[in-house]
Design a protein around this ligand. Structure first.
Ligand code: HEC
Length: 184
């Protein structure tokens, strides 16, 4: 009995000490609670790094789907850790869908102020830059729809639209004499 009563007292003291701490913790976790700063986009990569890290791998999935039937890929031995989207847990035509969406979303990264690889600010305010960003968005959505349709003819058209969007912007801003120091 004594031990039992003592146990209860410890529990009560524990509750009194921990309850306010718990309430404070819960408030701190509240997403819109006072003191929680609203998240803003933050930049970590220059334009060259965004191209290599985000646009390049996503577009390669779409380009591959032109020649290799996405439905013919066999899932990897461990799909959940496969580094090839086609053989991953979200493989086949779903990989095409996801890569189309990735490109459409990546277009947003091209209108956030950031430097080019040479340190100059990227010309995101230029009318032609904006036009080609829109072209990339549209092409990404077209690839997404081709993935949904699971149709090799539709993906041929969508992949062509993606390649054209890349090419248009690169012709002016990337493919310049002297390379990286003179780009953007
Ligand atoms: C709105 C303009 C724009 C669009 C659209 C665009 N790019 Fe780029 N891309 C650039 C610029 C500018 C550079 C050079 C960046 C630098 O040097 O800082 C570049 C560079 C690259 C590079 C790096 C080349 C190197 O020297 O290593 C790759 C890869 C690339 N782009 C892939 C793509 C692909 C794939 C697409 C289409 C899915 C695409 N880009 C669409 C503007 C664009």
């Amino acid at each position: 009995m004594v031990r039992c009563g003592g146990g209860r007292r410890v529990l009560l003291v524990g509750f009194l000490v921990l309850a306010p701490a718990y309430v404070g913790f819960a408030l701190a976790q509240a997403p819109t609670g006072r003191g929680a700063a609203a998240q803003q986009p933050r930049v970590y990569a220059n334009m060259l790094q965004v191209m290599r890290g985000v646009l390049y791998p996503a577009s390669n999935v779409i380009f591959t789907a032109q020649s290799d039937d996405p439905a013919a890929f066999k899932p990897a031995t461990r799909p959940s850790t496969s580094s090839d989207p086609f053989t991953s847990a979200y493989g086949g035509w779903e990989a095409v869908e996801n890569s189309g969406l990735a490109l459409a979303e990546a277009a947003n990264l091209l209108v956030i102020p950031r430097a080019c690889g040479n340190g100059k600010p990227a010309p995101i305010q230029n009318a032609d830059w904006q036009m080609w960003v829109q072209e990339l968005r549209d092409a990404g959505v077209a690839a997404y729809k081709a993935g949904q349709a699971k149709d090799q003819d539709v993906i041929l058209e969508a992949a062509d639209a993606v390649a054209t969007a890349c090419l248009h912007c690169h012709t002016k801003y990337r493919n310049v004499p002297g390379g990286i120091p003179n780009r953007c």
